[in-house]
Design a protein around this ligand. Structure first.
Ligand SMILES: [Zn+2]
Length: 284
């Protein structure tokens, strides 16, 4: 089984996690930039972090045979902080870099006017840099936040097929289903989605435009919940091809839209078979 985790914060994980993930078939990851728990006090804190996501972290991942890409943005939680907002002017130079496969995570936390502005500006950056966008939906007021997200995406003029609306659940999936956007689900040990709930959604709504991630960070989370979901799918009667679509081909298809997804480092069982034109292939 080959797994591509399309949303995982490896910065906050140990090398033990990389070893376990590689053994479980996780051959590729995308790490979205996010907040650091402790509030940042200036743009330099962002740029050091972005450099680490594009330099140190791919190097760390490669030691375990895991291919690492990143998404870059001013995250929703800090979008209203005047000390952080100047980073918006620094984003364009990062969005031109090779391993950046989307603008993200952007979106709403508390749905303030400042967040509207940062979200709007960063969707415009995605259009300008011809990148997909990874959109976080808020934990509070999720349905309202998802509706407002879709309105803003529509108004931005970005192709909805280049947008992933993430952290969805049983309530918000219905809102995103007809929008043309991709639908992301974060599987957690205690809160939000669990593997059995995810399997139910796949049964009900199918596998098209669905992305499943572990979102693992410093909180209670588990980078192997992608594997647990894949196993739950097989146990529920899904075929191996369905699992491969959700766990590998879908995220590859979504991020390949950046033209920068480089799976050259993926070999053996997880070598890419997706025939997307913009994917660099690894050796068989
Ligand atoms: Zn995240």
């Amino acid at each position: 089984m080959r797994i591509f985790d399309p949303h995982i914060h490896m910065t906050s994980r140990t090398t033990d996690d990389y070893a376990r993930m590689a053994a479980a078939g996780v051959a590729a990851v995308v790490e979205p930039s996010f907040w650091l728990g402790q509030p940042r006090t200036g743009p330099g804190s962002f740029t050091d972090y972005f450099d680490s996501l594009l330099g140190w972290e791919p190097y760390r991942a490669a030691q375990f045979g895991v291919v690492h890409h990143a998404t870059i943005a001013l995250n929703p939680k800090e979008a209203g902080d005047p000390r952080c907002r100047p980073v918006l002017d620094l984003l364009p130079r990062y969005l031109d870099k090779d391993r950046v496969v989307a603008v993200g995570e952007i979106g709403y936390d508390s749905m303030t006017p400042e967040e509207d502005d940062a979200f709007e500006r960063q969707l415009a950056l995605a259009v300008e840099h011809e990148l997909p966008a990874l959109v976080h939906t808020p934990h509070r007021d999720k349905a309202a936040g998802t509706r407002r997200t879709l309105d803003l995406v529509k108004a931005s003029g970005i192709d909805p097929g280049r947008v992933a609306v993430d952290h969805l659940n049983e309530v918000t999936i219905e809102l995103v289903l007809g929008s043309g956007c991709w639908m992301g689900f974060s599987i957690y040990p205690e809160t939000k989605m669990s593997p059995p709930r995810m399997v139910e959604l796949l049964r009900k709504y199918g596998t098209e435009r669905v992305l499943v991630n572990s979102a693992a960070d410093w909180g209670v989370s588990d980078p192997l919940l992608t594997l647990a979901t894949a196993e739950a799918m097989l146990a529920a009667g899904f075929g191996e091809d369905d699992v491969d679509r959700v766990m590998w081909r879908n995220p590859v298809e979504f991020y390949a839209q950046s033209g920068r997804l480089d799976l050259t480092g993926v070999t053996g069982a997880a070598a890419p078979t997706f025939a997307g034109s913009s994917i660099k292939r690894g050796g068989e």
